[in-house]
Design a protein around this ligand. Sequence first.
Ligand SMILES: *[C@@H]1O[C@H](CO)[C@@H](O)[C@H](O)[C@H]1NC(C)=O
Ligand SMILES: *[C@@H]1O[C@H](CO)[C@@H](O)[C@H](O)[C@H]1NC(C)=O
Ligand SMILES: *[C@@H]1O[C@H](CO)[C@@H](O)[C@H](O)[C@H]1NC(C)=O
Ligand SMILES: *[C@@H]1O[C@H](CO)[C@@H](O)[C@H](O)[C@H]1NC(C)=O
Ligand SMILES: *[C@@H]1O[C@H](CO)[C@@H](O)[C@H](O)[C@H]1NC(C)=O
Ligand SMILES: *[C@@H]1O[C@H](CO)[C@@H](O)[C@H](O)[C@H]1NC(C)=O
Ligand SMILES: [Cu+2]
Length: 210
Amino acid sequence: MRAVSLLAVVGLVSAHYAVEYPTWRADSLAENTTYSEWNYPCAGVPYGVGNKTEWPIKGASVALDLHHPWAYVYINLGLGENATNFNISLTPQLLNVTGTGNFCLTDLPVPDTIADGQAATIQFVTGGQSGSALYNCADIVFRSSATSPSDGTCSNSTGVTATIVGQATTTSSGSTPTPTPNSAPAGALGVVPQTAVLGMALAFILGVMM
Ligand SMILES: *[C@@H]1O[C@H](CO)[C@@H](O)[C@H](O)[C@H]1NC(C)=O
Ligand SMILES: *[C@@H]1O[C@H](CO)[C@@H](O)[C@H](O)[C@H]1NC(C)=O
Ligand SMILES: *[C@@H]1O[C@H](CO)[C@@H](O)[C@H](O)[C@H]1NC(C)=O
Ligand SMILES: *[C@@H]1O[C@H](CO)[C@@H](O)[C@H](O)[C@H]1NC(C)=O
Ligand SMILES: *[C@@H]1O[C@H](CO)[C@@H](O)[C@H](O)[C@H]1NC(C)=O
Ligand SMILES: *[C@@H]1O[C@H](CO)[C@@H](O)[C@H](O)[C@H]1NC(C)=O
Ligand SMILES: [Cu+2]
């Protein structure tokens, strides 16, 4: 096991998350590249490096491999080749996803104006306690004939659950979060005690070292 020096901690913080489906533009966690998930909008991976996945217009899903104890997760869509404006939200509710491992969202709300053959880029964003964000992108072509991977491929690991930020209700894996018109994030974004921050930092380190 590696010694937890300050340098190691800096390195460990770069463990972040992976996009399992659709195929990401490039492996932004690979150590032999200059890519970094800290970089907006696509982890420093230029357009054209990756392949395009044929992604269903109806019943579209995404799968992530999360490495942190919890993270805000939001997913945006930018239309066109080499999109730079990710102004369509596929997660209208800000999610706090707890647990590490596979996280799968199904039936994402793709706008019904999108036509077969439309090129686009999905932008994945995860946020932490400090407000800093981590990015990844996946390039796609919408296809009405395409189908998402079956449930076995896209599933939630045990203990991975999502809560809509600003809403008290916890949804367990397998259930769909219920939208609330008046959800206000203020309560959930309140002050966190210093001990919690320290605990989180340790959790980050331990979570990544396992
Ligand atoms: C980085 O390493 C991976 C696996 O070790 C390899 O497949 C890939 O080609 C390498 N990329 C570059 C840019 O060297
Ligand atoms: C793109 O697809 C080709 C052919 O399937 C594959 O060899 C290559 O590794 C893929 N590139 C990326 C970045 O996934
Ligand atoms: C994509 O857009 C960026 C920003 O406008 C530009 O720098 C880059 O050259 C474009 N890439 C391709 C492959 O068109
Ligand atoms: C989203 O961005 C695209 C590309 O810049 C633009 O054409 C479109 O009008 C924008 N849509 C909204 C709802 O802002
Ligand atoms: C995974 O969990 C989320 C949130 O709890 C839920 O919305 C989603 O449907 C689950 N995925 C699967 C494949 O059950
Ligand atoms: C997100 O969930 C984690 C774990 O349940 C919790 O510790 C954290 O405070 C939550 N964050 C917010 C802002 O609600
Ligand atoms: Cu990280």
